[in-house]
Design a protein around this ligand. Sequence first.
Ligand code: AMP
Length: 295
Amino acid sequence: MRLLRTRAELHGFRTGRATDRPLVLVPTMGALHAGHLALVEQASREGEVVVSVFVNPTQFAPGEDYDAYPRDLDRDLQALAPLAPSAVFAPSRAEMYPREISVSVVPGPAADGLCGASRPGHFSGVLTVVLKLLNLVGPDVAVFGRKDAQQCLVIGEMVRDLDVPVRLIDHPTVREPDGLAMSSRNAYLSQEARTRAQALYRALATARRRLEDGERDTAVLVEAMRAELAPVDAIEYVEVRRVPDLAVPARTEGRLLLALAARVEPARLIDNLVLEVSDAGVRDASLFEQGDAAS
Ligand code: AMP
């Protein structure tokens, strides 16, 4: 496992590769947990792995937690060591942004609403750093977490519309035993808040059960989720959207995203389910499927 801190070191790694296995990138902001490690494991099955660790300033709005975001590269390297990715690219802020950035990526329609509504500029920052990482690393495949479903779909639209030569994989959300989606931001939660945070997954599981029981009215599903979210401090959104374009679905069938965001002080938490709903029933689905332009 080679630690690469600069573009020059990364370039040396790329040009010195002695394998024709696909190169697979797993972008992260560090503070690695079992969710990230599952992405790295999946990546290892696809080819030779590079993990990037970079807390990207341009995707945090003023007042968000850029300064507080947990950073511990030594711990991240220890967590990655057993999985033995070929390289970890962990650039400094100055290495990624040597000058003030003058060109950035404008997200497509999947960035409208959901997290895009409350985090102005967030997805432009995400797309810009993801495109930079894809250009610097040059992977054949990139693995992202389904936990950040809107992020995946926004990246999918960029890859499709800008002809970025990479195949995208979304890895299922990795959860704690009680259902809470693993997140670096869970570290902000007190024991008491951590218990209340269970409401997010309970809400999604309730909606899934209602769908399995035949409920097809999205207003009823949203209301059922909102009721389960009573323990959180504030609900930001609870929505049912269509995958992959995130349009409001005319009918409750096909691939659907049940998505929610809530504040459990001091954290802002998000979670979702991606489901295929048909006459045959309800099953988990992925965001990038054969036939989607980005897959
Ligand atoms: P982050 O470091 O939070 O930016 O996450 C890096 C990657 O890991 C993103 O593609 C996330 O969607 C993914 N990820 C984060 N948490 C989870 C989780 N609990 N399960 C699956 N993937 C995750």
